[in-house]
Ligand binder design. Sequence first.
Ligand code: MN
Length: 222
Amino acid sequence: MASLTEYKKKRKFNKTPEPGPEKKRTKSGRLFVVQKHRATQLHYDFRLEADGVLKSWAVPKGPSLDPTVKRLAMQVEDHPVDYADFEGVIPEGEYGGGTVMVWDIGTYEPENTDDVSAALRKGELKFSLNGEKLKGSWVLVKTRDRQWLLLKHRDYYTTEEEVTEIAPASILTRRTLAEIAEDEGGDVKKAATGDPKKVPRRTGVKRRKKGGKKKVWHSKGS
Ligand code: MN
């Protein structure tokens, strides 16, 4: 049974703006999100909704659309579904301290199974993603303990170009990590090391501030 006990234990909710440990289900029950997170190291948190939570993996190099590339994915604690549109700053010194960006979001469809949790327990889940940046067929394969591999299957969406480099900004607000840090009172210099550009360039960038119009992905009916 999925649980948010570990998620809750790791955080102080009077210190972090992250959502509380509440289980819920989206209308589709098949939300996926990738959050770019500049903590101690830059990584991409890959999350799939199952049984009222987001099953989560930290992918140091991020997902690749190149089917010859295997990306290490370390399974981490389940996150609440509300986490999917969390973009902002976790205070330094707190768990995961640093800047978080919603890098891609959408829905997914498991392949060859209806029971995602059971497939994950067995150590292999094939699925297709319907995001803005990530699309097509993928697989997560467990190698040992919390260590998994994230692989793209060869299909229409396959490319050798690095999607993390081509499309570095937030899918919700178009902001870079440094811009998010600047807007939300985080460490801009540290955040900027997670972006391809060292200095945030604002000219010509369509950028929405927090509280701007955006689709809420975790609410019922989304
Ligand atoms: Mn993370």
